[in-house]
Design a binder for this molecule. Structure first.
Ligand code: MG
Length: 400
């Protein structure tokens, strides 16, 4: 079998807002085609126009090649060897960042393709299932433009998530810092109050996580702000500090008891080794697309398990990423939960409509996928609609 063509679909939700925090309002989906008619799909969480360029751009020398250029004509079944080929052949431009995130979409698609060709779910080809089902947590981020409205919405959404059957929920509490949603402003004391209100509303039986999305400038500020949160029995606090402040992360883990989680943006096992061994986090959050695909995500999980750390994969995209995280969790014993944007509690129609048969949570669990590959299909009508939206928006966005 040979790879004959790679399609890159850049997608945009019609309700997009350049002041919004959520990255579920755009997407890149890749489709890898072969001469035998088997295809694979993948996606990644990075600026989709940049990812498309990483894939489609040509290169003129041995370690500055384009990703599609290296894949066309290759045997798609040699997935791990192709990862090395892409990593080495793009090293002068890549090794980290957008090029690795783009490799992640391609590697995801190659795993999907190989699973379909062999008639097996991805997790069976990643070492086999180690659990009977996967536990998702509901990720909650109402897109409102005042803290008063946010406070009302987040408590309501947490209750609705509990009502839908989720056993765990994560509230995005980001009224300050560089990733704050447009219009949201609140003090650290008000952050504490809102987390307390959510905990009181959902009761002690629901696992609760908090994501502050890089809200605190340094460890000293963070330590002071989150000290009262010990009373809320949090499973973790996610990304409290800027990504590169690894010494600050280590200080948080050594000077207070709440588990610290990070890793959503990282690329390759090498960045995770720094996060684990220097940053001393308790919970690692590889995003299958961003980290470099299943091939690299599995390596990260193995390294985390050697260190007896908890794994909770990040995802903020469509049903493709939900499926990818579910397959990774199916084959990873230390994976406690996977992130999950519930259809009912997500503003992005792109997130809700792109996949026609996404994995569903029933009674708090996602059953092991049975179909070959990722086991999900693109909704072609929605794909074309979101592509048109992205094409139409380019001139407006370029002016911004
Ligand atoms: Mg996050």
């Amino acid at each position: 079998m040979k790879i004959t063509q790679i399609d890159c679909h850049v997608l945009l939700d019609p309700g997009y807002d350049v002041g919004a925090t959520s990255s579920s309002q755009d997407d890149i989906v890749v489709e890898i085609h072969t001469d035998e008619g088997v295809t694979g799909i993948g996606e990644t969480d990075v600026n989709p126009w940049i990812a498309r360029s990483c894939i489609q751009a040509p290169g003129t020398h041995t370690m500055g090649l384009g990703l599609a250029q290296m894949l066309i004509g290759q045997d798609p079944m040699q997935v791990e060897a192709l990862w090395e080929k892409l990593y080495v052949g793009s090293a002068m431009n890549g090794r980290r960042g957008a090029v690795i995130h783009a490799i992640g979409a391609l590697d995801m698609a190659l795993h999907d393709l190989r699973g379909k060709a062999l008639g097996k779910p991805c997790y069976e080809l990643l070492g086999g299932a180690v659990r009977k089902s996967i536990t998702p947590y509901a990720s909650l981020q109402p897109e409102v433009s005042s803290f008063v409205a946010y406070r009302r919405s987040i408590v309501d959404w947490a209750l609705r998530a509990k009502g839908l059957g989720f056993r765990a929920a994560k509230v995005e509490v980001t009224p300050c810092g560089p990733y704050a949603h447009q219009g949201l402003k609140a003090s650290h004391e008000e952050m504490t109050e809102v987390i307390g209100e959510v905990r009181n509303a959902i009761g002690p039986e629901v696992t609760l996580m908090v994501d502050v999305q890089y809200a605190f400038p340094d460890a000293a500020t963070c330590l002071k702000a989150i000290r009262p949160w010990v009373d809320f029995n949090l499973f973790f606090v996610e990304t409290p500090l800027p990504s590169d402040d690894l010494d600050g992360y280590a200080r948080l883990s050594s000077e207070q008891p709440i588990p610290i989680a990070a890793g959503e943006w990282l690329a390759t096992r090498f960045e995770f080794l720094d996060l684990m061994d220097r940053g001393k986090v308790s919970v690692v959050q590889p995003d299958v697309g961003r980290v470099g695909g299943f091939t690299e995500a599995k390596r990260v999980c193995n390294l985390a398990e050697q260190r007896k750390l908890t794994i909770v994969p990040h995802l903020w995209k469509s049903g493709i990423s939900i499926a990818a995280a579910a397959h990774l969790a199916a084959t990873t014993a230390s994976c406690a939960f996977i992130e999950f944007l519930p259809d009912e509690l997500c503003e992005s129609s792109l997130r809700r409509e792109l996949v026609s048969n996404e994995l569903k949570m029933i009674n708090g669990e996602i059953a092991l996928p049975k179909r070959p590959g990722l086991g999900v299909d693109l909704n072609r009508e929605a794909l074309e609609r979101f592509k048109r939206e992205a094409s139409a928006a380019v001139s407006t966005l370029s002016i911004c």
